[in-house]
Design a protein around this ligand. Sequence first.
Ligand code: ADP
Ligand code: MG
Length: 278
Amino acid sequence: MEARPAIRVEAPAVPAKKEGQLPVEQPELKMNAKSVNLWYGDAQALFDVSLEIFDKSVTALIGPSGCGKSTFLRCLDRMNDVIEGVRITGDIRLDGDDIYAPNVDPVQLRARVGMVFQKPNPFPKSIFENVAYGPRIHGLATSKTDLEEIVVHSLTKAGLFEEVKDRLQEPGTGLSGGQQQRLCIARAISVNPEVLLMDEPCSALDPIATAKIETLMDELKESLCMVIVTHSMQQAARVSQRTAFFHLGKLVEVDETTRIFTNPTDQRTQDYVTGRFG
Ligand code: ADP
Ligand code: MG
């Protein structure tokens, strides 16, 4: 069930330059994937996927179940590295640097490229510790006050602080599903990532909690590059500026979200967005 069923398409990411106005700033390329192939053992799951991902905007990955959305998302923070038998070819860059280069530490990479999962997964620790953990292990706070400031700031940015400020020492697992997901977002942003990946972050949430997360995505994209996987076309239309349609492990089409939903080029995209399969 959707929170707000009507498809409302946002203005395109690159506004048209108008007469007499200063040139509009072009969106900055943040990540760039070129010809990515991925195999789980002998089974190929991604075929020659290339995608440019722009800063300070939301890119949505859509497509039928099993088409490779999560697999591709996990390539962007090297989460597939930890899966036995995975082989990846191609080239993925963050600010122009190869994230699969031998000198890249995946743990450091994941501080720059954060991930929020489908099912909220707070640590079995207090609300405070859930958020303080990352900044502490990455040495981002020089004092206890510093750390407290980071925690409060992160919870505030995640739209959760007001709801939990009187129970920061209580377990994160005691919160509602929607609050747990916002806690996971606070945890992800506490280490100042540049990119935030979200894999169907609302699929376990009710419509009200979903609406809160969508509002949050809108705010976070002002300072972050975001990539979200969603099975909801309405959600993609509401929150993203660019949409990439995947089918059978291939990226079929990527464009401004408006265009993907109103005037796609490929017949497969057309069939999917008009609900003919999926
Ligand atoms: P989506 O997120 O679009 O539903 P996935 O990326 O999860 O799709 O899956 C793409 C394909 O890769 C599917 O055929 C799926 O069965 C397979 N796959 C996903 N994860 C694994 C894994 N850990 N081991 C083996 N095959 C996997
Ligand atoms: Mg998935």
